[in-house]
Design a protein around this ligand. Structure first.
Ligand SMILES: Cc1ncc(COP(=O)(O)O)c(C=O)c1O
Length: 460
């Protein structure tokens, strides 16, 4: 946090935003033409609504290591990394070899293969949970984890953190990190569906509390219990990765662990973003708190759609005795398992994590120096391969502080500056950077230099 932060002129932000948006349109005419073609056969011209961008998305052609190239030939350092999936870097040679070897031996049987065991053994070691199952995405992981928790406890209700995203199935598309008008009081925020098509009866089973407030969580659990609706589980990220990056305050996760254990509520750490990205054993290792279940996806497959669910022996019994059908044609797909095996055993090594820590330290320090020099209202923070500059005059600790203080216009401008200067960043005001093992100090310095240029222009 810059101690001498001063306000930035809104007119200046608007003026620069207009200039940069025009410049980006000029640089991405090929994407514009591709969009015209894409919007015929593809709804809104994209494969997922998170790829929509006005006036058109940037269509990519290829990636190698820490870089990507768009269809206009623009070369960019990739800090988006597939929404945080490509911590191994693009076209990673070890993963490529594993996938080629596996392809020659057949890619799908819907029968178990040895790699599925090797990957599970490695996940047991990293995440301290004894039993694992596979899925094909983060959404499938959280969907199945919640079903397992419901079956294990015999309860229907779910408690989550207001502002957290856990995928696109109905139960978790409630009270996420978008701009809501009114969210109710701190202890009892309302449950709000994200978009159409979500039955109100599902929303009625989901409650939210705010991050970094364990006492509020306990009060809500007790209250719900009194109403005869004790939650089956608390699903949460140990460090929030969908409001920029919001780290847990000291003692918070330990308190959550104690409260959920005391009340017999299953604790699920959704490590789809944190797992394998902020340490070998994700947030579980980084914070030393072991949940009852962990969900993984994104970086697990090193670019192939692979997810996993870890659980205690006790909880696994409802899967093992056939109470819950944890199923899927492509679960444990040999190609994904080969990629995950190479990733876990050859790429995401202790040296790789040391490299990521070094890079993140450099980018956080570099960005913070810019914040201080130009007295910007904001601060830089990071953990493992993840981090961001949060544009807010006070520390963001939960959805309430994020909504009240985040400078969304500045976040949008930063994205445009990056896009125009060879930095591919995750679109969306609530997103963060993901570094890869292929990133270098040169990539980091490029990022910091663009940030410096924006800061100087804002103060010019
Ligand atoms: C924490 C978290 N959980 C789950 C998901 C859903 O993953 P997927 O998009 O693979 O379904 C996401 C996606 O961004 C996520 O950030």
């Amino acid at each position: 946090m810059s101690t001498t932060a001063t306000a930035i002129s809104r007119e200046r932000i608007a003026e620069l935003t207009e200039r940069e948006a025009r410049r980006l349109d000029e640089r991405t005419r090929g994407s514009g033409r591709m969009f015209e073609r894409a919007r015929g056969p593809l709804a809104a011209g994209v494969a997922s609504s998170y790829q929509v961008r006005d006036p058109w998305p940037i269509y990519l052609e290829r990636g190698a290591g820490a870089k990507v190239w768009d269809v206009d030939g623009n070369e960019m350092w990739d800090f988006h990394n597939g929404f945080g999936s490509m911590v191994q870097g693009h076209a990673n040679p070890q993963i490529g070899q594993a996938v080629r070897d596996r392809y020659a031996l057949g890619t799908h049987f819907a029968a178990p293969t040895e790699d599925a065991i090797v990957v599970a053994e490695e996940l047991v070691r990293r995440f301290k949970l004894p039993r694992w199952r596979y899925t094909n995405s983060g959404s499938e992981s959280t969907m199945d984890a919640i079903r397992i928790a419901r079956a294990f406890t015999g309860r229907d209700d779910v408690l989550k953190i207001f502002g957290s995203y856990h995928g696109h199935h109905d139960t978790v598309m409630v009270s996420i990190g978008i701009e809501y008008d009114k969210i109710g009081d701190h202890d009892r925020p309302v449950s709000l569906p994200y978009g159409g098509g979500i039955p109100q009866s599902t929303v009625d089973h989901v409650f939210a509390v705010h991050f970094n407030d364990a006492e509020s969580m306990e009060r809500r659990i007790v209250e719900l219990d009194r109403e005869g609706r004790k939650p089956a589980c608390v699903i949460m990220e140990a460090a929030m990765m969908n409001l920029g990056v919001v780290l847990p305050e000291d003692g918070y996760l330990e308190a959550v662990r104690e409260i959920t254990r005391k009340h017999g509520v299953v604790l699920i750490f959704d490590e789809v973003k944190t797992g394998l990205c902020i340490a070998a054993g994700g947030a579980t290792e980084r914070y030393g708190v072991v949940a009852d279940m962990v969900t993984l996806a994104k970086s697990l497959g090193g670019g192939l759609p692979t997810g996993a669910i870890g659980m205690s022996e006790e909880i696994a019994r409802v899967v093992e005795d056939g109470t819950v059908y944890q199923v899927g044609t492509y679960n444990g797909n040999p190609l994904g398992m080969a990629a995950a095996r190479a990733s876990l055993t050859e790429v995401l090594t202790p040296e790789a994590y040391a490299h990521l820590d070094h890079l993140n330290d450099r980018i956080v320090k570099g960005c913070q120096a810019v914040v201080d020099e130009f007295e910007l209202p904001g601060y830089a923070l990071g953990i493992g391969s993840k981090g961001c500059v949060t544009f807010a005059p006070v520390k963001v600790i939960d959805y309430e502080t994020f909504k009240e203080h985040q400078d969304a216009e500045l976040a949008d401008l930063a994205w445009l500056y990056n896009a125009n200067r060879g930095i591919f960043m995750t679109p969306g005001r609530e997103e963060e950077w993901t570094l890869s093992v292929a990133h270098t100090d040169v990539a980091i310095d490029a990022y910091v230099n663009v940030f410096r240029e924006m800061a100087a222009d804002l103060r010019a």
